[in-house]
Design a protein around this ligand. Structure first.
Ligand code: FES
Length: 106
């Protein structure tokens, strides 16, 4: 079972057994992981599911779409090279993911 590790801005980490096909955002919300607000429920219209993907994992991810790219300019904490919207990241078999949540989402 793939795992997603969420590290918050203080360095505290939590690793969750994730369901293939769920998004990284859904996995966090269902398991009460703090740091991801997801106001729009995954419809790509809020940018409050912003995460920083670990460099080692970033290259394995599918490239972001135009809309995600645009939404990432509206995040509460500044976008970085490894920024993604976690509602757009799917859990896939055989791939663990490590993400860091920003200090704030709103
Ligand atoms: S949950 Fe709103 S953009 Fe991801």
């Amino acid at each position: 079972m793939p795992q997603v590790t969420y590290t918050d801005h203080t360095g505290q980490s939590r690793t969750i057994d994730a369901t293939v096909g769920d998004s990284v955002m859904e996995t966090a919300v269902r398991n009460g992981v703090p740091g991801i607000v997801a106001e729009c429920g995954g419809s790509l219209s809020c940018a409050t599911c912003h995460v920083y993907v670990d460099r080692a994992d970033a290259d394995d991810l599918p490239p972001m779409g135009e809309m995600e790219d645009e939404m990432l300019w509206g995040t509460a904490e500044d976008r970085r090279e490894c920024s993604r919207l976690s509602c757009q990241l799917r859990v896939t078999e055989g791939r663990d993911l490590h993400v860091t949540t920003p200090t704030t989402q709103v």
